[in-house]
Each structure stands twice: as structure tokens, then as C-alpha cells.
Ligand binder design. Structure first.
Ligand SMILES: [Mg+2]
Length: 314
């Protein structure tokens, strides 16, 4: 088990729950009940130099964009409308090789602001500190559910079809920085169709699918020939020994959404194709536990839920 999953297991045992906390640890974001019927959805993500990016190889604006983008992607995974974000920075006191600490901080915000404007997010506060270590940026974003309610990981049912937005694999060639949170897509689908469960792909299709299936108390089969492969997945596979499908399964940071949808509703969505990006059927939730892969002949075998696990070996 990774450091992160061991800590989460301890926290799930030991953190007291609150009367207004509907969904706590273990989903893409937490859900609180408000005074009325609306619910607040809160998520936080911490990015650190050398773990999530290499500060000398990217622009501060790209880091700022990514830091906010990953939070909005988690709100999208809950089908929540973003409202506000709080930004906490720990800056390297002496700046970086190419810019002073203040310029670095301003660059980070200049990366966040256009994304915040596009998604109607108010940057409402935060905290800034400096030290002799590397840059860390933590954003906490909150949103609210619509009348259609939050989309949680645990709502999947056996026989649900698994749909995915966009294309997968090879994000390291650029998309991992240019996060395009699927907020509008999630809100539209949640409003027009019956969705049972959802998750965003941060750590890899295989790993995040298994997380959704496990949260629903089920297993999942992925139909490998059906996976929507990005050009970057093919490009990357020319450089290494791994196939585009392997890249799509485990690269992570696609920030696309996986939905578990009843069979007839999945057929409607696929026929309508209501989004500006493709939506593809990639598998289904099964009574049989575990993660399974199906090849072109329909043969099934176990699939390792591999991907990127923060704080430990994947
Ligand atoms: Mg997530």
C-alpha cells in the first residue's frame, strides 16, 4: 500500500465525522449539507516542485493553471458548479533560476486567473509563506451541487456501462499541464441523463476505474480495443516499448471523467453525443470483484490497477 492510501485508511478510521458532512474521505471531494437543499462541495490539492512538476522546465503560469485545474476537475467529478478557491503558497525564498520569489508568485496567479474567469471561480483568499525549500502550492476549491445532486463514486450498479470523456494517454507530452476541467460536460450530463457514479482520471484509467468500482462495492471490466487513444499516447509509444493502450490505462493526469451509467441511458448518451468532445463506452461494472481487461475476441483476464499513486510506489 502507498503512503497516501495507508494514511487515508488511518484517517477513515480515526477522524470523527460531522453532522453536516454527507460524504467525507474517499471521493473526489467532500459534500456538506447547507441550511436549505443545496450542498457544498469542497476539495483540495497540493502540488510540489519535483513531484508534480519541475520548476525549471515549466512556466509559473502553467503551474498556476494546473493547480487550479486539478481542483476544478475534482469538482467536475462530483458534478458540482465551482464557486470559489483559496490559494496557499510556500515560495522558495530565493526564487528560482529564472525568477525572483515575487515574480514566481505573480506568475502562478496569472496562470490561475484566466481559468478562474472561464469557470466563474472567485479566488477568495489564501496564505503565502516562504522558506528555504521548494515551491509548494495548495488550492482548496469549493462548489455547490445543482438540483440533480452530487455525483459520487459509490453509486455504481452492476451492469452499469462505463463511459469516458475525451481521449486518454500520453498526458506527459503537455496535457498534464494544460488541464481542461470537464465542469460543463459533467453538469450537462448530470442534468440531462441518469448517471450513477463518476470520477476524474488523475492517476490513470485503470487505477481510477478500480477506485470507482471498489467504492460501489463492485468490479469492472475494461474493453481495451474500445479505449479512445490520444495522439500523444501513440507518439509516446513510438519512443518506448509500451503500447498506446498501456499508456491510456496507466499514464494518468488525463483529467477526463469516467461515468457509470445504466445500460439504456448509456446508449442514449452515445447516440446523442451531447458534448463538444467525444464520449466513449469503455467497459462495465460487474458483480465479480476486481479489475478485468477484455480483448477484441471477448476474452477476459485480470488487469493490474496500475497508475500514479502519490506518496508511494504505484
Ligand atoms: Mg479526483
Amino acid at each position: 500500500m502507498s503512503l497516501e492510501s495507508e494514511l487515508i485508511a488511518w484517517l477513515q478510521e480515526n477522524l470523527p465525522t460531522g453532522p453536516r458532512l454527507d460524504i467525507g474521505l474517499g471521493d473526489d471531494a467532500a459534500v456538506f449539507s447547507g441550511e436549505g437543499s443545496g450542498k457544498q462541495v469542497v476539495t483540495t490539492d497540493l502540488l510540489t516542485d519535483e513531484v508534480d512538476f519541475l520548476i525549471d522546465e515549466v512556466q509559473p503560469e502553467q503551474i498556476g493553471h494546473k493547480a487550479l485545474g486539478v481542483n476544478l476537475s475534482d469538482l467536475a467529478a462530483m458534478a458540482a458548479r465551482p464557486v470559489a478557491a483559496f490559494v496557499s503558497l510556500v515560495l522558495p525564498r530565493k526564487g528560482t533560476a529564472s525568477c525572483a520569489a515575487l515574480d514566481l508568485a505573480i506568475g502562478l496567479y496569472q496562470g490561475m486567473l484566466p481559468l478562474a474567469e472561464r469557470f466563474d471561480v472567485t479566488i477568495a483568499g489564501g496564505d503565502t509563506n516562504s522558506w528555504d525549500g521548494r515551491l509548494a502550492i495548495c488550492i482548496t476549491a469549493f462548489g455547490e451541487t445543482t438540483d440533480c445532486g452530487p455525483l459520487v463514486r459509490s453509486g455504481g450498479q452492476a451492469g452499469d456501462q462505463l463511459l469516458v470523456t475525451g481521449q486518454l494517454g500520453g498526458s506527459i507530452l503537455g496535457r498534464h499541464l494544460q488541464v481542461e476541467p470537464r465542469v460543463h460536460e459533467a453538469l450537462l450530463l448530470n442534468e440531462r441523463y441518469e448517471l450513477h457514479a463518476g470520477i476524474d482520471i488523475s492517476d490513470g484509467l485503470a487505477l481510477d476505474t478500480s477506485r470507482l468500482a471498489m467504492a460501489s462495492g463492485l468490479g469492472a471490466t475494461l474493453n481495451l480495443p474500445a479505449l479512445p487513444l490520444s495522439d500523444a499516447a501513440s507518439k509516446l509509444s513510438e519512443k518506448d516499448a509500451r503500447s498506446p493502450i498501456e499508456h491510456a490505462l496507466s499514464d494518468g493526469e488525463d483529467f477526463e471523467l469516467i461515468f457509470a451509467v445504466p445500460d439504456d441511458e448509456a446508449t442514449r448518451i452515445l447516440r446523442d453525443q451531447p458534448l463538444e468532445i467525444p464520449i466513449t463506452r469503455i467497459g462495465e461494472l460487474t458483480q465479480q470483484p476486481g479489475l478485468w481487461q477484455q480483448d477484441a475476441t471477448g476474452k477476459q483476464k485480470p488487469l493490474q490497477p496500475q497508475g500514479f499513486e502519490h506518496g508511494g510506489q504505484a
